[in-house]
Ligand binder design. Structure first.
Ligand code: UGA
Length: 429
């Protein structure tokens, strides 16, 4: 199938490479010429294990993927996937200007197309966005009858950063929300070779499946963190509790890793957006989801409370930060717990020495007051207290921590062993 993808961010680029690898012809369209040029050279603008090699292969060897900044290229495709970023506004609602701009661009180009074409929402949006915003805009700018001359569908992405290619190519399920049956059939055709459950729904239900899935994942994390905080007071290990709970298939053993909380560009943003819409547009206060959000915010700050319990006043104390990315195997620091923790430590006058194997570039830019080190060993030397905030494998090396005060936010060490060689404290164990 010939597929155009709008947006060369995480979702767009990973989707593009995953679909090109399956034999589809992909054109990625992005307004950023630097990204477009990089992709056409076979260089990925984002860091993700294995992505560079596959991208190069698609661009150079089989020519199944190319990039352009010209929306006119949409005319050479049958389906267009909208994969642009939506970012949080300060009130928690989503800034949809990238979606609006791209839909206007797509509509304008499609006004020149005679054949049927399908436009698909793949970016995560609040339920109702496709029906209330995208469909009317497409109709207005294309001059076509949406639902007959122009098809619309919603096909949410469930990939996880750090294992993006694997989770995009081998998803647990495929959700297809269809405005018109023909649009659903065409999106179904993209996944002909994948044998996972496929659920076809209306467009708003598909959007809600994505929002609710992310909200449920955040609920699991805040739940286990809260249980962990209780367990700590009772002298019980929350990881053993989670293991015991996880054998129950109704509960499952995933997303029950207690720690410093969730971050990233998706879970916090999507949770806030659902909260905002519910309270402001639907006059319903989702108390459970509010608590999920509050528990997560407070959990990160527990690292600072624990450091204060160990060191007293943190002014002029040398605090080592191991891990800046919101999770391992990514360079992404968006809404990473480490960033807010460092900000608060700096406000308290602490001296920060930080290290992350991949995420130093962006951290340096937004928090220049911290000192960035070339290695974990350098970051922990002469330290008053080490905070472990991302579970990179290299931080499992016990020799880093000998004789130090260590506050573990990610269960990087085995507590019973660690207590023998350092002053060890887990965030909730
Ligand atoms: C998340 C969802 O997991 C994906 O299914 C979804 O497609 C994606 O958002 C999206 O909406 O695009 P991602 O942001 O890549 O994926 O990250 P996760 O792997 O979900 O991790 C999010 C955060 O939760 C990380 O900070 C991680 O450290 C934390 N986490 C995760 C925990 O603290 N405990 C856990 O047990 C699991």
């Amino acid at each position: 199938m010939r597929i155009s993808i709008i947006g060369a961010g995480y979702v767009g680029l990973v989707t593009a490479v995953a679909l090109a690898t399956k034999g589809h012809n992909i054109i990625v369209i992005d307004v950023d010429n630097i990204k477009v040029d990089a992709i056409n050279r076979g260089e990925s603008p984002i860091w993700e294990e294995g992505l560079d090699e596959l991208l190069l292969n698609c661009v150079r060897d089989d020519g199944s993927l190319k990039a352009s900044s010209d929306y006119g290229e949409i005319l050479d495709s049958d389906v267009t996937l909208i994969c642009v970023d939506t970012i949080s506004k300060s009130d928690g609602s989503l800034n949809l200007s990238n979606i609006e701009d791209s839909v206007k661009g797509i509509g304008t180009v499609l006004s020149k197309k005679r054949d049927y074409h399908v436009v698909v929402t793949r970016s995560t949006v609040i339920p109702g966005t496709t029906r209330n915003l995208i469909v009317p805009l497409l109709g207005k700018y294309s001059g076509k009858q949406v639902g007959s001359e122009l098809g619309v569908a919603v096909n949410p992405e469930f990939m996880q950063e750090g294992k993006a290619l694997q989770t995009s190519s081998h998803p647990d399920r495929i959700i297809i929300g269809e405005y018109d049956r023909k649009a659903g059939d065409m999106v179904r055709g993209i996944y002909d070779d994948i044998s996972v459950p496929i659920l076809r729904t209306d467009i708003t239900t598909a959007e809600m499946i994505k929002s609710a899935s992310n909200a449920f994942l955040t609920t699991k994390i805040s739940f286990i963190n809260e249980i962990g905080n209780i367990c700590q007071k009772l002298g019980i290990d929350v990881y053993t509790v989670a293991k015991g709970m996880g054998f129950d298939h109704r509960i499952g053993d995933q997303f029950l890793n207690a720690g410093v909380g969730f971050g990233g560009s998706c879970l916090p943003k999507d949770l806030k957006a659902l909260l905002f819409t519910s309270v402001n547009d639907l006059s319903y206060r989702p108390r459970l989801l509010e608590a999920v959000y509050d528990v997560n915010r407070d959990q990160a700050m527990r690292m600072i409370e624990l450091a204060e319990q160990k060191l007293g006043n943190l002014a002029n104390k040398r605090i080592s930060i191991l891990g800046l990315a919101f999770k391992p195997n990514t360079a992404d620091i968006r809404v990473a717990p480490a960033i807010e923790i460092i900000r608060r430590l700096l406000e308290k006058g602490a001296l920060i020495a930080a290290y992350d194997p991949e995420a130093m570039l962006d951290a340096r830019r937004i928090l220049p007051q911290a000192r960035y080190c070339d290695s974990a060993i350098e970051a922990v030397s002469d330290s008053d207290c080490v905070l472990v905030l991302t579970e990179w494998n290299e931080f499992r090396d016990e020799s880093l921590y000998h004789g130090k005060v260590v506050i573990d936010g990610r269960r990087i060490l085995i507590p019973e062993r660690a207590k023998a060689f350092c002053d060890y404290q887990g965030i909730c164990w």
